[in-house]
Design a protein around this ligand. Structure first.
Ligand SMILES: [Fe+2]
Length: 404
């Protein structure tokens, strides 16, 4: 079959988009499941192998039949009798590319975020601020992170302190001005030092928030448990500090050790129990969700009907995964705080992030989202186990609640 060059290139692009897009979509979704970590890692490896090996295998098959020049000409639309296998796979990948591309485009966080609900009032690079005040802090203590941090543009310790104004349609007068500190995905592994994490906690303390929320992925291994006390010691807020666990907290032999240590430091475990606090005449209700990784039963994990929900309370829902947005909406959460997706860790110009462990792909990679009466803030997180971030600096935030 002979193609005009532009048509051939467009066909090749659609096939490649279909191929890579479908395997990446599967990769994102498998990491959103509550499957055992070892099972997820096995499936992940199979997906990565399939993604890389299938095109190479097909090219090798064609190369043995047509030679290098034949394959090159064929890709550019010259006559080539491709094998049935190559034709069949290209048709399937191309069809998937055509069918799914509109959904992938719609799910870009650039289109999905509720930009009119948030204003960033200040953004500081806490690493740079600290360095100009006092030199000599060592933020990276692990070899792999240190080596990877040398890659140009790697932002793993470029921690941002962001003050954001969140706008609500129907905000009770009492709640207006409430300041909520949100940190997520601390990922203590021993790779980053206590001094790095203190950039986040010291900045929060300087902002004097009314309440502090930690939305999961706190400690990744037993060795790093010793970092909890020096990092969080001394932190407090008038309305309290609250946390839920994330999927990485399952890596510990006994994740309840994290809960116990944080509770000893003054935190409240929202995975175990909901909380109510009085704030200027309004009752603030805080509820947690650790689905699909933990099934701790004391929290309101079941959907509540609007009728049975307390209408006179203002509810903050905390979930590690933004996939629980529907749970927050059904439980009448006016504000929902999540992490898990790390902003995608790598964000390309125009395209944005590609990888995010969510049933919704990269839609909830980071930012502010709104549905019905619920506004959801998804943090890019403080750290991660993968030692690279490009175009996606880690963050800690203070959210000031205001009326629209
Ligand atoms: Fe995480």
């Amino acid at each position: 079959m002979t193609f005009e060059l532009p048509l051939a290139l467009a066909t090749l692009a659609v096939v490649l988009i279909g191929h890579f897009g479908t395997w990446i979509a599967l990769y994102n979704r498998i990491n959103a499941t509550g499957l055992k970590r070892t099972t997820i890692k096995r499936i992940e490896k199979a997906i990565v192998l399939a993604c890389g090996i299938i095109p190479i295998l097909l090219l090798l098959i064609e190369w043995t039949q047509h030679g290098f020049v034949g394959v090159f000409n064929g890709l550019l639309g010259g006559a080539s009798a491709w094998s049935r296998l190559t034709i069949a796979y290209s048709i399937v990948a191309g069809m998937l590319g055509i069918l799914l591309a509109p959904f992938w485009i719609m799910d870009r966080p650039q289109f999905a975020t509720a930009k009119d609900r948030v204003t960033v009032t200040s953004a500081e690079n806490l690493n740079l601020v600290k360095q100009t005040r006092e030199n000599g802090e060592i933020y990276i203590q692990g070899d792999s992170f240190r080596k990877m941090s040398l890659l140009p543009g790697n932002q793993i310790v470029s921690l941002q302190g962001n003050c954001k104004r969140l706008k609500f349609k129907h905000l009770p007068k009492d709640i207006a001005g409430l300041r909520v500190a949100h940190l997520s995905d601390v990922h203590m592994t021993g790779q980053l030092s206590n001094a790095f994490y203190r950039l986040a906690t010291d900045w929060i303390a300087e902002q004097c928030p009314d309440v502090i929320i930690l939305s999961g992925d706190i400690v990744d291994n037993e060795f790093a448990l010793q970092q909890l006390q020096p990092v969080f010691d001394g932190l407090s807020a008038p309305l309290g500090m609250y946390f839920v666990l994330g999927n990485h907290d399952r890596r510990l032999v006994d994740p309840t050790i994290v809960c116990r240590k944080l509770c000893e430091l003054g935190w409240t475990d929202l995975g175990k129990e909901q909380a109510r606090r009085q704030y200027q005449g309004t009752t603030l209700r805080l509820i947690g969700n650790e689905q699909p990784w933990f099934q701790r039963s004391s929290g309101p994990l079941e959907f509540q009907s609007r009728e049975s929900s307390p209408l006179d309370e203002w509810t903050i829902g905390v979930s590690h995964s933004p996939d629980q947005f529907a749970w927050g909406i059904k439980n009448r959460c006016q504000l929902m705080l999540c992490g898990h997706t790390h902003g995608g860790q790598i964000r390309f110009p125009i395209v944005g992030p590609i990888i995010a462990p969510s049933w919704y792909g990269t839609r909830y990679a980071s930012g502010v989202f709104e549905k019905n009466e619920t506004v959801m803030h998804v943090s890019r997180g403080v750290s991660g186990v993968h030692p690279f971030r490009w175009g996606c600096p880690p963050e800690v935030s203070v959210l000031e609640l205001t009326s629209l």
